[in-house]
Design a protein around this ligand. Structure first.
Ligand SMILES: [Mg+2]
Length: 376
C-alpha cells in the first residue's frame, strides 16, 4: 500500500516559438509564452510521479490560476494521507471536493493529479504505465501535423513540411476566417493528397453554415470534420450528420464516459476525440476510449498543446488504445523548451516513447525554477 505524502504544484510559463490560434482565439503566443502547470505527487515509499495541466480559457473555463487553486485548496487537503494506489477512491474524493454539474468539475486540474498518480504507481511497480493496464502493445503512435493559419500559401507550405517530415496526417484548424476555410483546405489537399485529413472547427459554426461547409469538405476529400457546432448542441450535430456524409467527430462536446453515452444516444457523431486532460486524466480517458470503441464509434486522439510530459503521457494511452488514425499531439512543436530532460519525442511523424518505468519523463529542477510563474 502506498499513501500520498505530498502534492506540489508548479505553475510555469514556457517559451513559445510560434503563436497558436484556433477559431476561439490565441491560446499562447511568443511574447507571453504558454501557461502550463506541473504537478508532483510523492508517496510514503519515496516514489514520485509527475503530471501536467495545460489550461486555456479560450478552450474551456479552466485557467492556470483555477488549476492551482483547485489542487492546492481542495484536492491536496483531501488527498494527502489517502492511498495513492487506489485510483477509484482518489477520483471519488476529487469529485466529492469539486463536484460536476452539467460538466465534470475542473477535469484539467484533476487530470494532472491523476497522471502523476499513474506515474507514481507504475514507477513503484517498476512498470511502464501501460503495464498497469496489462498491456505491452507495440502499436505505433502516428501523429498528424497541425496547420493553423488564414493564409492559403502558408497552409500549402506547412502541408509540404508535413509530407517531407514523414507525417501520415494533417489536422487543419478552420473557422479562424470562415470566408476562406475552403481555400485553406484545398491548398493543403493539393500538397498532401494522400495524408489522413482532419479539420477542426472548434465550435465555430451554426448549423446552416456547417451544412454548406461539410459539403465543400466532402468535395475536396476531407476524412473527418471535428466539432463544427457549439459544444452543447448534440441534437444539431445529429441533424448535421443526417444532411451530410462526411464523418463528424466530437471533441469539446464530450468530457466523460457519460458524455460518450449521451453522444451515442443522440446519434450526434461518428467519432469521439480522446484527450486525457479534458477527461480527468488517464483513468477517465481510457474508459471513454474503451466505451467508444466497444460501441462502434471511431476514435481520434488529441491534446491541449501540453509540453513533452503531457505529450508522452497521452502517447502511452493512444498506444494502449491502438488508435489507427494519426493523433493530434502537437504541443512540443510550439515550445522552445520545457522541463523534460532527454530526447525529442517525435521521429518520422511518430511519437517516441521513453524506456523505463512510469510515464518515463525526467523533470529538471533547474528548468522548473527557470520557468516558474506566479500562481495568482
Ligand atoms: Mg479539437
Amino acid at each position: 500500500m502506498i499513501r500520498i505524502s505530498a502534492i506540489d504544484v508548479f505553475p510555469l510559463r514556457l517559451p513559445m516559438k510560434q503563436t497558436f490560434r484556433t477559431s476561439r482565439g490565441t491560446v499562447g503566443d511568443e511574447s507571453a509564452g504558454a501557461p502550463h502547470v506541473y504537478v508532483r505527487v510523492t508517496g510514503d515509499n519515496g516514489a514520485v510521479g509527475w503530471g501536467e495541466a495545460r489550461p486555456s480559457p479560450r478552450w474551456s473555463y479552466e485557467t492556470p490560476e483555477s488549476v492551482c487553486s483547485a489542487i492546492e485548496n481542495y484536492i491536496r487537503p483531501a488527498l494527502v494521507g489517502q492511498r495513492a494506489d487506489d485510483l477509484a477512491a482518489v477520483h471519488r474524493i476529487m469529485n466529492r471536493e469539486i463536484a460536476g454539474s452539467l460538466h465534470p468539475g475542473q477535469p484539467i486540474a484533476k487530470a494532472a493529479v491523476d497522471t502523476a498518480l499513474h506515474d507514481l504507481i507504475a514507477r513503484s511497480c517498476n512498470l511502464p504505465v501501460a503495464g498497469l493496464w496489462q498491456s505491452g502493445s507495440p502499436h505505433p503512435v502516428r501523429l498528424s501535423y497541425l496547420i493553423s493559419t488564414t493564409d492559403p500559401e502558408e497552409a500549402a507550405r506547412k502541408a509540404r513540411e508535413a509530407v517531407a517530415e514523414g507525417y501520415s496526417g494533417v489536422d487543419v484548424k478552420i473557422g479562424l476566417n470562415p470566408a476562406n476555410d475552403l481555400d485553406i483546405v484545398a491548398a493543403v489537399k493539393r500538397e498532401a493528397p494522400n495524408l489522413f485529413f482532419r479539420v477542426d472547427a472548434n465550435q465555430a459554426y451554426r448549423l446552416p453554415q456547417a451544412v454548406q461547409l461539410a459539403k465543400g469538405l466532402e468535395r475536396i476529400g476531407v476524412d473527418v470534420l471535428e466539432q463544427p457546432l457549439p459544444a452543447n448542441q448534440l441534437l444539431a450535430h445529429a441533424e448535421l450528420r443526417r444532411k451530410v456524409s462526411i464523418p463528424i467527430a466530437l471533441d469539446e462536446s464530450v468530457w466523460s464516459p457519460s458524455g460518450v453515452l449521451e453522444a451515442l444516444r443522440s446519434e450526434a457523431c461518428d467519432t469521439i476525440v480522446i484527450k486525457l486532460t479534458k477527461m480527468g486524466g488517464l483513468r477517465g480517458a481510457r474508459l471513454c476510449g474503451e466505451i467508444a470503441r466497444e460501441s462502434g464509434l471511431g476514435l481520434l486522439g488529441g491534446g491541449l498543446t501540453e509540453s513533452k510530459l503531457g505529450f508522452v503521457a497521452s502517447a502511452h494511452l493512444f498506444r494502449y488504445l491502438e488508435l489507427t488514425d494519426p493523433v493530434d499531439l502537437n504541443g512540443p512543436m510550439f515550445l522552445k523548451d520545457d522541463p523534460v530532460e532527454g530526447d525529442w519525442p517525435i521521429r518520422n511523424g511518430e511519437a517516441v516513447l521513453p524506456e523505463g518505468p512510469g510515464i518515463g519523463c525526467r523533470i529538471s529542477d533547474a528548468k522548473l525554477r527557470q520557468y516558474a510563474a506566479s500562481a495568482t
